[in-house]
Design a binder for this molecule. Sequence first.
Ligand code: ASP
Length: 327
Amino acid sequence: MRGFFAGFAVAIATLSISGIGPAAGQDFPSRPITLIVPAAAGGPTDAVSRLIAESMGRTLGQQIVVENVGGAGGTIGMTRVVKSPADGYMVTVWHIAQATAPSLYDNLRYNVIDDFDSIGRIADVPMTIVGKAGLEPKTAKDLIDWVKQKKTAVTYAHAGIGSASHLCAIMFMSAVNTQMTALSYRGTGPAMSDLLGGQFDMMCDQTTTTTAQIKDAKIKGYAATTKERLKVLPDLPTLDEVGLKGFEVAAWHAMWAPKGLPADVQKKLNDALQTALKDPKVVERMAALGVEPVKPEQATPQALSAHLKAEVAKWSPVIQASGAKAN
Ligand code: ASP
């Protein structure tokens, strides 16, 4: 009898190796999935990730557990992701920083294009220039004059070199032709707590975390960093309107997994993501935060891969011109 079972096991193993056995992801997912947010809790990436994770988890019939691994502009969390098995049980949601990291980090321990498999792009997220309550300048124009005059006496926060808030700040400083003093956080969740406490002057962050605070007058909203005014905060002028001609930066979020994901697992994850992007609860919540889910054709793995390559090429000369470097 023992011999029979041993032979049976060998036969199953042989079938699987030869590819005749069950496909790698047939039972996927049979246990919870980990989703690394490479930024602290309470920030824009965390908010978008939790919304998506909840909906995708319902579709997949397994919980997606969000883990925050912030620091070094997201590169600590992303290093953890690439070192994990490519079986679909480890995914990440990150943003535009995936495209800016290669230009900023000389010692990046992964290749943003070759070491990840795309699952899909999630949303585009506008950004806003905000200040602590009671900050002297009244309008965006006043703010520009004020930072030009005060220079490094002005403190601003970002979520690490290469983060969206950092990218926006370096573009702002270069457009205004000034330098301010930076404070680095593991994500703009904790940075927002400190801004509410008045511990620094200003920051540029996604509408995801700034909208409610601006509406409740807990912080000052100065300007939108997009070409058009925002539906969610229509009173904010754009930076272009107040004299920084052509200023435009918006973040985008996407989901990736370590390279080597079985094709059927990648498809299941993308299908669940596409379903989440049509989930009325997700759509409604995103709209309230000024976050715009991408169109279905932009949320495919192929579209994300093409988008990332284009974004790496787009930001490389901008960052080079700014002189910014992480190490
Ligand atoms: N919004 C942050 C950034 O500036 C990241 C985060 O906390 O989600 O990139």
